[in-house]
Ligand binder design. Structure first.
Ligand SMILES: N[C@@H](CCC(=O)N[C@@H](CS)C(=O)NCC(=O)O)C(=O)O
Length: 297
């Protein structure tokens, strides 16, 4: 895995900016329409799983198509086994280059292809779920949850920011650090964030009260990977998820919801991180365990 210019001189990992950030919005270049957009996602990737969860929670499966990539990336990046039925591409990189022939970064999931425009509309992962929640509201299934209620948006955005820096991206900062100082700084923040969330969830069912929101989706995808991957592979080893009673019970409660469970594939998650990220696991050996019972009541 080549992080190239994403490692700073002091060993800190600084994530590349999202290259395609057009909004799917009414009156814009990419208007929301059923059948027009194809989501490229990997079950292994926490950023991509967010969009798979939200798509299913909102009942948008017939409105937004999905192509799932192979969990093991080769030197050409994410591959679509048998070819992508929508574009015919074999590699996701082809869609990046069809959109920007000069693209030089990592070809990342999630990415959304506009079939009418014949180009990628966005790979801006935090915006993709918000777009499904807002611009695609006319196509939400009856009774679908409101994951981004207008009255809570300020609070949701603020907490998402803390969760992103401390945890979602915090585990990557710990895992990809190439200096002790950069690792120490990141790992402490990961556990400070988990401690704060443990306290918050000891008095409420979801992060913003009783109802599920965008913040819960974002937290879940990191928790689902924590003990299986981040604890060992990213050296986030001060505590495990199962050592946090409120967080572990919350994670299992979310996992019991079909949109979360159906899109969580522990085997693909483990194989992806341990086999693909040879910068930190050069042998590519996938560890056995840990044995966790995600279905325990
Ligand atoms: N788009 C973001 C986040 C999405 C992301 O990092 N996805 C990972 C998988 S979890 C990916 O597609 N990586 C491809 C690569 O590193 O070549 C980024 O550029 O960092």
């Amino acid at each position: 895995m080549k992080l190239g210019n994403e490692i700073e001189g002091d060993g800190r990992f600084v994530r590349q900016p999202n290259r395609f950030t057009a909004r799917i919005e009414e009156g814009g270049e990419h208007p929301p329409e059923p059948g027009r957009y194809q989501l490229y996602a990997s079950y292994a990737c926490p950023w991509a799983q967010r969009s798979l969860i939200v798509r299913e929670l909102l009942g948008l499966q017939e409105v937004i198509g999905v192509t799932i990539v192979d969990p093991i990336r080769d030197e050409k990046g994410w591959r679509m086994p048998g070819g992508d039925p929508v574009t015919g591409a074999e590699y996701l990189s082809e869609l990046y280059h069809a959109t920007d022939p000069d693209f030089r970064g990592r070809y990342t999931v999630p990415a959304v292809w506009d079939r009418t425009a014949g180009r990628l509309a966005t790979n801006d992962y935090p915006q993709i779920t918000l777009t499904l929640e807002t611009a695609f509201a006319p196509w939400h299934a009856e009774g679908a949850p409101d994951l981004y209620p207008a009255a809570l948006r300020g609070e949701i955005d603020a907490l998402n920011d803390v969760i992103y820096h401390g945890l979602n991206n915090g585990v990557y900062k710990a895992g990809f650090a190439t200096s002790q100082e950069a690792y120490d700084e990141a790992v402490v923040k990961v556990f400070e964030t988990l401690d704060m969330l443990e306290e918050r969830l000891s008095t409420r069912a979801c992060l913003h009260g009783d109802a599920l929101t965008e913040s819960d989706v974002r937290l879940y995808t990191t928790l689902a990977r924590f003990d299986a991957v981040y604890h060992s592979h990213f050296k986030c080893s001060i505590r495990r998820l199962v050592d946090y009673p409120a967080l572990w019970s919350y994670a299992r409660r979310l996992h019991a919801i079909p949109a979360f469970r159906d899109t969580t594939d522990f085997d693909q998650i483990k194989r992806h991180y341990f086999v693909t990220q040879t910068n930190i696991n050069p042998t590519g050996i996938v560890p056995a365990g840990p044995e966790l019972d995600w279905t325990a009541p």
